[in-house]
Design a protein around this ligand. Structure first.
Ligand code: ADP
Length: 304
């Protein structure tokens, strides 16, 4: 899900009777579900609303339900990136994320992803459990690959198109980058697995009230830049905190597992800045003044 974006219309259909096996060859989604997915019958397909980019459907079968997203125009690389992100988080066996099963191309262009269907509960996830499990994920997901992106993606080719940050921000931003070393004094940063787009639209809970996180780093999909997950400083995960709804008990529990490092408060806005700039690019000038005032405040504080 994306913040403040008009959603595309969804086309869906409902079919309650089992699908004939003859349909197998033209639909790779059904083909997977009826073979590797271990189902012998698809009993229903229902559209799921809420996303902004892709069509989403729930497939009910005699082997359980599957969540399927399809995109008619974008090739599999977007979903591959999402699957890699989900899989990396899933493999930490900490916070609940849907298990990705299969990504592939559709017959006439476009692509699909099949993943575990999660029945969401009605209550908001418990903040304290969310904080603890997220910290456990960060702790378990220590990266040995260094900082950056674990998959080859299309970032480079699209960056110039997307990052149309105005010159005023570019210049002051560069001054900040040159002078920000004191913010990282006395700490050792070990890169760890990050969700990368942790705001309230991507945080939910399952039927048992256990927190679930979805859709890693999805804001990038809008510009077809695929940053599935970043191996980075754990503090960067709070970069969307202005719209994540983290409460006091979230942070208390988080820091019990991943202790707060010296200078955390000083670095906080720096990580917000990244997302403000990104939102400025994606959603327009509403985020401009927040970005500029963070940069200005830092330059003053750092005497830069
Ligand atoms: P998009 O890629 O278009 O942004 P999302 O990943 O946000 O789509 O998914 C659309 C909606 O489907 C979400 O708002 C959520 O309610 C629901 N959803 C996402 N993942 C699952 C899942 N694994 N199981 C059940 N429902 C899901």
């Amino acid at each position: 899900s994306l913040p403040s974006m008009p959603c595309l219309p969804r086309i869906g259909f409902t079919k309650r009777r089992p699908f004939p096996m003859a349909a197998l060859s033209d639909d790779p989604v059904q083909e997977w579900i009826l073979t590797e997915g271990k189902a012998t019958q698809i009993t229903g397909i229902r559209p799921v609303g809420g996303g902004c980019i892709n069509l989403a459907n729930r497939y009910d079968t005699d082997a359980g339900s599957f969540f399927v997203k399809t995109n008619r125009s974008i090739g599999p690389s977007m979903f591959e990136a999402e699957a890699i992100g989900l899989d990396a988080m899933y493999e930490t066996r900490t916070i609940r994320v849907p298990k990705p099963f299969k990504v592939g191309p559709l017959r006439n262009g476009g692509s699909y992803i099949i993943m575990e269907y999660i029945e969401f509960g009605s209550s908001r996830s418990n903040q304290s459990v969310l904080g603890r499990k997220l910290a456990e994920m960060h702790k378990a997901g220590k990266s040995d690959k260094g900082f950056g992106f674990p998959v080859n993606n299309t970032v480079g080719s699209r960056l110039s198109y997307t990052f149309q940050i105005k010159m005023e921000i570019l210049f002051t931003g560069q001054r900040l980058i040159k002078n920000m070393a004191p913010l990282f004094e006395d700490i050792v940063i070990e890169p760890c697995l990050l969700h990368g787009d942790l705001w309230s639209g991507n945080i939910t809970s399952d039927k048992n009230g256990e927190p679930v996180i979805l859709d890693p780093a999805c804001y990038c999909k809008l510009q077809y830049i695929f940053v599935p997950l970043t191996d980075g400083h754990n503090e960067a995960e709070f970069g969307m905190s202005w719209c994540a709804g983290f409460g006091g008990s979230f942070y208390t529990s988080y820091f019990e597992v991943m202790p707060k490092r010296p200078g955390f408060e000083k670095r906080r806005d720096l990580y917000l800045l990244y997302h403000y700039l990104n939102h400025y690019n994606l959603f327009g000038s509403g985020y401009r003044s927040s970005a500029i005032s963070i940069i200005d405040d830092y330059l003053r504080m750092l005497n830069a």
